[in-house]
Design a protein around this ligand. Structure first.
Ligand SMILES: [Zn+2]
Length: 288
């Protein structure tokens, strides 16, 4: 477990913390979507949601995945232990497998009611910015441990690959949740390879068919492959959140922690905000 301290704690955590601060400053300077809530309030609520989740990630989730990587190597299980290639090639194969299976995991989170209970907490955020990257219920993390560990074994990932992928996964999550307005042409090019803020902004829309799109985490081509990509929505038309949980006063920290264990409200179609469509003069959707 030395590798967690050597790579994740001493390099990954400072890097992610630095990136968080830079994105927080960047989105304050060049804002992409209109805000509904004060930034400080959002930072406090989303940080509190994240404490149990990130503690679990560091002290349970990562150690289990590393253990799985060692076991898979010892027993010669997994794809990468069955062919010869440069370590960088094997690293790329691992990254693609982990990223693709995380795309599928995200789809399952939206399709299976049991998983949606937990993932819903993330989607109830009435705004979208870098602090939303912290807003994951610990239950969602627990469910993903079993799933993601299985693919560490199937890929034959090394411990180092697991840690590096995790750092990249967290960095990408911060970036695509941020409310940072990148130059439009640059973002359009970037979105061909990786998930960008405008692209992921559509995934947090109150309109169901938009939420059910853009599931990718790092590479955006998984959504192209499965035709779940949606780019033709200008950001100032998006109303962020879940229509049946649209009252921001209700979304206290206690409410969010308990939410997965309560009766989950149906997606309120009457409240999907479809009526505000078509009033925009913003031409900057990524499909154009
Ligand atoms: Zn989602």
């Amino acid at each position: 477990m030395n590798i967690i301290r050597r790579v994740f704690d001493t390099k990954g955590v400072p890097l992610l913390a630095g990136m968080f601060v830079l994105l927080f400053l960047a989105e304050g300077h060049r804002q992409l979507r209109k805000r509904n809530q004060p930034r400080l309030k959002r930072a406090v609520i989303n940080s509190l949601v994240s404490i149990p989740a990130f503690s679990l990630l560091r002290f349970l989730f990562l150690p289990i995945m590393i253990r799985m990587a060692f076991e898979s190597r010892k027993k010669g299980l997994g794809l990468n232990h069955h062919y010869h290639a440069h370590p960088l090639v094997k690293g790329l194969v691992t990254f693609l497998i982990l990223d693709y299976t995380n795309y599928l995991w995200h789809v399952l989170n939206h399709k299976l009611p049991l998983l949606w209970r937990f993932h819903l907490v993330h989607h109830t955020d009435p705004d979208l910015d870098v602090t939303t990257a912290l807003r994951f219920h610990f239950g969602e993390l627990i469910g993903s441990v079993f799933y993601r560990s299985a693919f560490v074994v199937i890929a034959g990932a090394t411990a180092l690959q697991v840690v590096l992928y995790e750092i990249l996964f967290e960095a990408a999550t911060q970036f695509h949740h941020s409310n940072w307005q990148l130059p439009y042409r640059l973002e359009k090019q970037l979105s061909k390879l990786i998930v960008t803020p405008r692209m992921h902004g559509i995934h947090h829309s109150m309109i169901r068919e938009e939420t059910d799109s853009n599931y990718s985490v790092i590479f955006s081509f998984w959504d192209r492959l499965h035709r779940t990509i949606k780019l033709n929505v200008p950001q100032n038309l998006i109303v962020t959140g879940v229509p049946s949980y649209a009252n921001p006063h209700e979304l206290t920290i206690g409410f969010l922690w308990k939410l997965p264990f309560t009766k989950i409200r149906k997606w309120d179609q009457a409240n999907e905000f479809k009526n505000i469509r078509g009033t925009s003069t913003d031409k900057n959707d990524l499909a154009k």
